[in-house]
Ligand binder design. Structure first.
Ligand code: WT7
Length: 637
């Protein structure tokens, strides 16, 4: 068995080299750290052509036995989850491993009593309360496949996702709290379900106790269902035995086409990768309190609030609210109150909190912090230094972690306290990860001081296996651009020290406040507006969000020609079709779009105009009608 953690930079280099020269041995030794009902016959079988990727074939396990059962004897009374509610005046909750175990088992019974079987898909649309983690784990315990949907998505988006995965049961709450807002979750689900024939049951948790419709035969209250289980005296639920390659969950993410894709992760490899990366990157010590500020609706929450930390017996803090409510000191109060040791957050949150000035930090005791993490988008140097100096007080290493929904866990990142950091750099690959940069022709670029498209050469246990229901799309998106490589969609540079710096997406995917949104998705939504003829969406630099959404729109001839109102109508349309996270920040009405003679929109030019770089638009000679450029330039901003 090999320790999940490297112990020094020297040791990192040694382990890294071993992981490249003996990948199967390495991943087998890492996997020994987990609890298996039966060990694997093969460590990995793979080809990136189809692709076919199988880790730990033949092995049997249940991930919840690793996250719960195996901690009961020694750590049963240790806090597993600390929950901080949205409203600081509401009581917080602590669930020990024993209590979490029991709640997961009870809810597993609830799922079973409501007809859920191994392999069934369950949609989870809950606020950030402990029951969200409980629901996720209960699905895993009975072998059902969860598909968690972030609370910011609209009814239409939910319906699309439920239908794509053919979910039979939905778990939601009456409502949820986020800052000053009440979110009517059940109402959104009711609207979604009008379009979803596959759903026969809805379990509704009481959170806000706003009035909701409850349909006989379909809708049941979480608490009533738990009571039935309690009356029967059930406190345990034997975990379903899963094959390593059985599906654990589906999580939808945006790509460069209009339709989100369901990224599929499987039980064995994902478990190993989540636990390994959590333990190693954050160098987690048994008494530490760990706070990841993400939402469980995104992959960061799946891997680094739920599965990673719990598989390592850590104490994970789950926060229901937002960083700026009731005041911009909310995170710092939480760190102070719970003596948080490890804080893992996003550049957009750091930039937003920075903007309130440093007085907000007065009187907050942040001395418990020993390690910091950043994820979701490139972190600019100013934010990096502020995080380092003001939050880490210059003594907490920052792990700028690069990874993706598809990678399941962290890929390129400093190991806290081990890897010398460099502001703005994700630094070096974790042991087991073999990145490379490729040029336009697909050739691997050797040496340092180079940039190119970021690819991965060798599989890792946490990688996606397919896109749900559409394997060809998986092949096309990730494995067709470059032969025998996984293509990340990111541009990257490798400096003279061999350090990696991610420079951003090279496809039509935006990163708005760390959330991935496809330009085609937003365009489709804008085009659904009755008076829109055509639109083009690009990203532009945004001081807080990283990227903002800029849209160029051609309108028809409606009599509703108050332009400001039409903008609001368009925003409403996008909010209804996708959700508030996809709202355009800027809408510019134009009479034409720059197109090539073959009819392709030249986004490069639109991007430059949105960035305010109108003086150097590059070659425009292939344009069908160069005249539109002048008009667009004059109307920009
Ligand atoms: C995309 C993946 C990884 C969980 C959260 C986002 C960008 C992510 C970094 C980083 C620069 C980053 C990439 C990536 N990204 N982390 N540390 N530095 N860029 O997951 O929604 O799947 O988005 O986020 O562009 O491809 P996601």
């Amino acid at each position: 068995m090999r320790s999940l953690k490297v112990s020094s930079f020297e040791n990192y280099t040694e382990v890294y080299n071993y992981s490249v020269s003996h990948p199967e041995k390495f991943w087998s030794e890492i996997a020994e750290n987990f609890q298996w009902r039966k060990k694997w016959n093969n460590v990995v079988k793979w080809n990136f052509k189809e692709p076919e990727i199988k880790w730990y074939e033949g092995a049997k396990l249940n991930i919840t036995e690793n996250c719960l059962d195996r901690h009961l004897v020694l750590n049963g009374d240790k806090p597993a989850i600390i929950w901080e509610p949205n409203d600081p005046d509401e009581a917080h909750r602590v669930l020990t491993y024993k209590q979490l175990y029991e709640k997961v088992c009870q809810f597993a019974h609830v799922l079973k009593n409501n007809g859920v079987k191994k392999g069934d898909r369950v949609c989870i649309y809950l606020p950030m309360v402990p029951e969200l983690a409980i629901a996720v784990l209960a699905c895993a315990r009975i072998g059902a496949i969860h598909s968690v949907i972030f609370g910011g998505f609209s009814a239409q988006s939910i319906a699309d996702r439920i239908n794509d995965a053919d979910c039979s049961l939905v778990i939601t709450a009456d409502g949820g709290f986020r800052g000053p807002k009440d979110i009517p979750l059940k109402e959104v689900i009711d609207d979604a379900l009008v379009q979803c024939k596959s759903v026969t049951k809805v379990v509704v948790l009481t959170r806000s106790r706003t009035p909701v419709s409850m349909i006989k035969g379909r809708d049941v209250w979480w608490e009533d269902e738990i009571k039935k289980v309690e009356t029967m005296g059930k406190h345990d639920f034997p975990a379903e035995e899963m094959d390593a390659e059985d599906v654990l969950f589906i999580l939808y993410t945006s790509g460069s086409t209009g339709k989100p894709k369901g990224i599929v992760h499987t039980c064995g490899g994902y478990m190993v990768y989540a636990g390994y990366t959590f333990a190693n990157v954050f160098q987690y010590q048994p008494e530490e309190v760990y706070f990841c500020t993400a939402d469980i609706g995104w992959i960061t929450g799946h891997t680094y609030i739920v599965y990673g930390p719990l598989s390592q017996g850590a104490t994970t803090l789950l926060f229901e609210g937002i960083p700026t409510w009731p005041g911009p000191d909310r995170f710092w109060d939480i760190v102070d109150e719970y003596k948080v040791n490890i804080l893992y957050t996003a550049p957009t949150a750091i930039r937003s909190l920075m903007s309130f000035g440093d007085d907000v930090l007065n009187g907050k005791d942040l001395s418990s912090i020993t390690k910091l993490g950043s994820v979701g988008e490139p972190i600019n140097e100013e934010a990096w230094h502020w995080f380092d100096e003001k939050i880490g007080k210059g003594k907490a290493p920052i792990a700028d972690t690069w990874w993706q929904t598809e990678t399941g866990g962290i890929m390129i990142s400093p190991i806290a306290g081990v890897t010398p950091t460099k502001p703005g750099y994700a630094t070096l690959p974790l042991p087991g990860i073999q990145p490379c940069l490729v040029d336009e022709s697909g050739a691997i670029i050797k040496g340092n001081g180079v940039s190119g498209n970021l690819c991965i050469k060798y599989p890792w246990p946490g990688m996606l296996r397919t896109t749900y229901g559409d394997h060809e799309r998986c092949r096309q998106t990730y494995f067709s651009a470059y032969k025998n490589l996984y293509f990340t969609g990111d541009g990257c540079l490798r400096d003279d020290d061999g350090y990696y710096k991610i420079t951003g997406r090279v496809d039509d995917v935006l990163n708005v406040s760390g959330h991935r949104i496809g330009t085609a998705e937003v365009e489709n939504a804008i085009n659904m507006h009755a008076d829109v003829i055509e639109s083009a969406v690009v990203g532009y630099p945004h001081a807080i969000k990283g990227q903002g959404i800029y849209s160029y729109v051609i309108l028809g001839s409606s009599t509703h020609n108050d332009k400001e109102l039409v903008k609001k109508d368009i925003i409403k349309t996008v909010t209804r079709l996708i959700g508030a996270i996809a709202k355009p920040d800027k809408i510019q009405f134009v009479t034409g779009l720059p197109k090539t003679r073959s009819g392709k929109i030249m986004r490069r030019i639109l991007r430059k105009i949105a960035e305010g770089e109108t003086s150097n638009l590059g070659d425009t000679s292939t344009l069908l009608d160069p005249g539109v450029i002048e008009e667009i330039k004059n109307g920009a901003f």
